[in-house]
Design a protein around this ligand. Structure first.
Ligand code: PEP
Ligand code: MN
Length: 268
């Protein structure tokens, strides 16, 4: 598959001290207290580079919690001021881009449902280009196992002049129900890496697994494939999380996980 990407290496836009980039935080910003206290615990682990939190939540079906909205950007700002962590949130419209940039969010990501829609990706790309802000953008794989759609979204963002781009591997929807919430289909990530070796790949074990138990296995596998980063959902009290409760881990569990995977990798 031909492509023409102009991508900057991850190390040129974020200093991770030679280690994988670690993005962690709750699936959703729920309350100011939940977000800020989770951020403090994550920062205190000394292992997290970027705080993630969904402000606008794309839900498969209506009637569920659809995100706290713009007010959450103020909470992200406070979390950043108090902890020094960079911040990241999902954007799905030009308005989201405008608000996130105005609030000083450091990294934007395009969600799996948005990546599947070229109009949406183009709208996001245009909004960032119009803003003139040089912000990193991470692009999740589309929900369906379509490599062209994933690469196409990356190209659209890149053509808008954005060179700080990463691809997030979050697994793919499949009709067959397996142990995973979203099938990893590792081959597709490998193919993307082969097509565009310069593109940083970040693994999202939380959305691949859909449960806490499988996360160490997937995390290790991603590291063994030399993926350059991880995005892992972490909540101060996962059992009461408003979204994705089964797959979130406490900041302490995240620190243990990162210790154990590094040790296993070093031994192998
Ligand atoms: C999320 O990161 O919480 C999310 C909604 O992910 P995805 O777009 O991968 O489903
Ligand atoms: Mn989630």
């Amino acid at each position: 598959m031909k492509h023409s990407l102009d991508i900057l290496p991850l190390s040129s836009w974020i200093d991770t001290n030679g280690k994988p980039l670690i993005i962690a935080g709750p699936c959703s910003a729920e309350t100011e207290e939940q977000l800020v206290s989770t951020a403090h615990l994550l920062a205190n682990t000394g292992k997290v580079n970027v705080l993630r939190a969904g402000i606008w939540k794309p839900r498969t079906r209506p009637g569920e919690f659809e995100g706290i909205g713009s007010i959450g950007l103020e909470w992200l700002k406070r979390a950043k001021e108090e902890t020094g962590l960079l911040t990241a949130t999902e954007v799905a419209t030009a308005q989201h881009v405008k608000e996130a940039l105005a609030a000083g969010v450091d990294v934007l990501w395009v969600g799996a449902r948005s990546t599947a829609n070229p109009f949406t990706v183009q709208e996001i790309a245009d909004a960032i280009q119009e803003s003139g802000v040089d912000i990193p953008v991470l692009i999740k794989n589309p929900v369906n196992p379509d490599l062209s759609l994933w690469l196409g979204a990356i190209e659209r963002i890149n053509r808008a002049g954005i060179k700080k781009i990463g691809a997030i591997h979050r697994g793919f929807s499949s009709y067959e129900k397996t142990a995973f919430r979203n099938e990893p289909m590792w081959d597709l990530a490998i193919q993307l890496k082969t097509i565009a070796p310069e593109l940083p790949l970040i693994n999202d074990p939380s959305h691949i697994c859909g449960n806490r138990e499988l996360i160490p296995y997937v995390t290790q596998k991603a590291l063994d494939m030399d993926m350059q980063g991880l995005i892992i959902e972490s909540h101060i009290d996962p059992s009461v999380a408003w979204t994705d409760a089964k797959q979130q881990v406490t900041p302490a569990a995240l620190a243990d996980l990162l210790d154990s995977v590094n040790v296993r990798k070093a031994e192998s």
